[in-house]
Design a binder for this molecule. Structure first.
Ligand SMILES: Nc1ncnc2c1ncn2[C@@H]1O[C@H](COP(=O)(O)OP(=O)(O)OP(=O)(O)O)[C@@H](O)[C@H]1O
Ligand SMILES: [Mg+2]
Length: 680
């Protein structure tokens, strides 16, 4: 069936980008390539320069924190994958990482070091490495990030690619390079001077020698045997991106890093030392021109260390039976604390320690930044079930609390400290105080619960009850609690107890949050407030003029309702002794408005508004409590009231039917508890 008749095929035909394909598979002569480099010398950047420019490609944002200027690199929002690998809340540390890459790009020395991401389990080390790799894949497809390599074309048409995907400019003999590069760099169009380092890979060197013989020493003829082509980084295809993961020590073999002899090909080429009989497929070879990631780099067997040291310090590797071979790649490793501590005390590893730049990647210590992780993971697009408001927020509160050190100040609770860190203000605490708090807690962010644990427990909560249409904070908090029993990383009971206690703290905070929310939803009844306000003002007016009030129901005149007035005024702490003043001032104000022909609006009086809201809430909460706690049978009128509040929770606060019902019941039960305490 052809694309014209099959709708899906024609859809695909429309989506495909043939132009793009052609561009990314560009091939040309060496001369064509020289034209490209002259036009845009950035195509010949080295790996550090390309990776740094890739990050900068996405731009930056700035903000100040504790009076310091912080740069947020938009790259870390993960522009490639819909934010899936976005990294939040550790901008200061990401800045350090980017600065190291910058220094390496400029050739200030960092390019001769292993970049070591160091932090507790689940602190985004792998995520950062993955992001860099994805970024390079993407960038190499863009015109701004393009790079090139070459193949040798044999007279019979066979093509032998440079196994290390070498930069074509390295074909220029060393003694001529300087002059040619000076010519290329003269334009000033490159962000960095073009200066490819080192000699060609062994295969290309071999081909170079052989071809040179054939063309009688004429270099211009030699490059006619070369085909230059666009190079697109791809982790899947093992192009420009390598990952090395240590296995158990006995199985490690340095050929995994530098490549191995291909015995089948020895027969073809006749000699073990013919580079064409060697597979340059070790991770270092694969990653040339791009990035190599060392997972748990410090678990590496010592035998590998020499390879790693040579690769970082000298930018060379030593494949079996071949001379040292130049490489150009970003070397990034990660490790957690226990391994790093071993490194500190291991003399044997001193050489490595000396050649690493350690960048701490701690856990997030800002509550709402932590919440963003879970919001990203469990957003609407990915989760079918409804997640009640505050669910992820409360899980995040707990994980951050486990990471904070107890404040040394007696007048500050741990939760208050968390809120200060989160950017809230507290009377008596300045920005400088918060900065001091942070400084005093040196290890903060290196211990505590990992986001991965929380992610797992949220998933558990989501699948636990197949019939439930939504999950609420309690389900997640319970899941977090029961998981502690067999948490593999926390063995001591004291820590577990502390974490359990902190769950209690979070529940308490949640109570306050939803109490407030339901209170607002109930009091958001404008009609009722207006009625209550009118009633209050009628009474106050009668009171100040020493008159009687007409009862709207019976039509009879009665004394002003002192109980009603006081119950409102008490909500904003107006003492008995001040009530006359308060009432008189209010009447004067309303009188003043009347003279101008205007009427009073309670919304213009903040204090009165609040008092009315609180009073209204108090009046109405009883009806809600009654329904939920006392019986299944609710009179029509009460049910109507509840439904209105529920609808408000759904419309304005992000609840669904189920979670709104739950939260109303929950808040009612809190008040029931409160009431019985008061009376008891
Ligand atoms: N600062 C952060 N911003 C966004 N997500 C984060 C952050 N920290 C951790 N995560 C999330 O936590 C999970 C674990 O992260 P990751 O696998 O990158 O950690 P890691 O440091 O490599 O852990 P390990 O030491 O166990 O290998 C991921 O889902 C990641 O998205
Ligand atoms: Mg990891």
């Amino acid at each position: 069936m052809s694309a014209e008749t099959n709708p899906i095929l024609s859809m695909i035909a429309e989506l495909q980008d043939v132009e793009q394909f052609k561009v990314q598979h560009w091939e040309g002569s060496f001369a064509d390539y020289l034209d490209i480099v002259r036009e845009d010398p950035n195509v010949a950047r080295n790996a550090y320069q390309r990776v740094y420019d890739m990050i900068m490609h996405f731009g930056t944002e700035e903000y100040t924190e504790y009076k310091k200027r912080i740069v947020r690199y938009r790259f870390f929002d993960d522009p490639f994958d819909d934010g899936r690998d976005a990294v939040f809340g550790i901008d200061v540390h990401l800045m350090k990482l980017v600065n190291v890459l910058k220094s390496a790009a400029l050739g200030y020395g960092a390019e001769r070091r292993v970049i070591l991401l160091h932090g507790p389990v689940g602190s985004a080390k792998s995520t950062i490495a993955r992001l860099l790799k994805k970024g390079l894949e993407w960038y190499s497809k863009q015109p701004e990030g393009r790079m090139y390599t070459f193949s040798w074309v044999m007279p019979d048409g066979e093509e032998i690619p440079s196994p290390l995907n070498e930069e074509p400019l390295k074909l220029i003999p060393p003694e001529m390079r300087e002059t040619v590069l000076a010519e290329i760099n003269r334009s000033g169009r490159g962000r960095y001077p073009v200066s490819p380092e080192g000699d060609l890979d062994p295969v290309s060197r071999f081909m170079y020698r052989e071809t040179m013989k054939e063309v009688g020493g004429d270099w211009t003829k030699l490059v006619e045997r070369v085909k230059v082509r666009r190079l697109i980084a791809s982790e899947k295809d093992r192009v420009c991106i390598g990952t090395f993961q240590p296995k158990d020590e006995k199985n490690q073999d340095s050929t995994e890093l530098t490549g191995d002899i291909n015995y089948r090909k020895i027969a073809e080429y006749g000699s073990e030392s013919d580079p064409r009989a060697f597979n340059f497929d070790g991770e270092f070879c694969v990653a040339n021109r791009g990035i190599i990631e060392f997972v748990e780099v410090l678990k590496l067997d010592v035998a590998f260390l020499y390879d790693l040291l040579g690769a970082s310090q000298e930018h060379v590797i030593k494949p079996k039976k071949f001379a040292q071979t130049a490489i150009d790649e970003v070397i990034i490793g990660h490790t957690n604390e226990p391994e790093y501590r071993k490194l500190q005390s291991n003399e044997f590893m001193e050489a490595l320690r000396d050649r690493t730049i350690k960048i701490d990647i701690p856990y997030i210590t800002k509550w709402h930044e932590e919440a963003r992780i879970y919001q990203k993971d469990f957003n609407r697009k990915r989760v079918r079930k409804h997640i009640a408001p505050h669910t992820l927020e409360m899980a995040a509160m707990w994980s951050v609390l486990t990471r904070l050190e107890d404040p040394k100040k007696p007048n500050l609770t741990l939760v208050q400290k968390l809120k200060l860190y989160d950017g809230r203000t507290l009377p008596g605490f300045t920005e400088d105080n918060v900065k001091e708090l942070r400084k005093a807690a040196k290890r903060e962010g290196m211990d505590g619960i990992s986001p991965r644990y929380v992610q797992d427990k949220i998933s558990n909560a989501l699948v636990r009850d197949a019939d439930a249409t939504s999950i609420n904070p309690f389900m997640v908090l319970n899941e977090l609690e029961s998981g502690l029993d067999n948490h593999s990383l926390i063995s001591d009971e004291e820590t577990k107890k502390r974490y359990r206690d902190l769950l209690g703290v979070v529940k308490k905070e949640y109570e306050d949050i939803v109490k407030n929310e339901v209170q607002k939803a109930i009091a958001a009844d404008e009609e009722a407030i207006t009625r209550l306000c009118a009633n209050y003002i009628d009474n106050v007016k009668a009171y100040t003029l020493k008159e009687k009030v007409k009862n709207a129901f019976t039509g009879q005149y009665e004394e002003p309702n002192e109980r009603l007035m006081r119950s409102i005024e008490e909500k904003i702490d107006i003492p008995e002794t001040r009530k006359d003043d308060f009432r008189r001032e209010l009447m004067n104000y309303i009188g003043g408005l009347a003279i101008d022909g205007r009427t009073f609006d309670y919304r213009t009086n903040e204090r009165l508004h609040k008092a009315l809201e609180l009073k209204l809430f108090e009046d109405q909460k009883d009806s809600i409590k009654l329904t939920s706690l006392v019986s299944q049978v609710v009179d029509k009128e009460t049910q109507a009231k509840i439904d209105i509040v529920k609808q408000r929770l759904i419309d304005n606060y992000g609840y669904d039917e189920q979670s709104a019902t739950d939260v109303l019941n929950f808040v009612a039960s809190i008040f029931a508890r409160g009431d019985s305490k008061e009376s008891g």
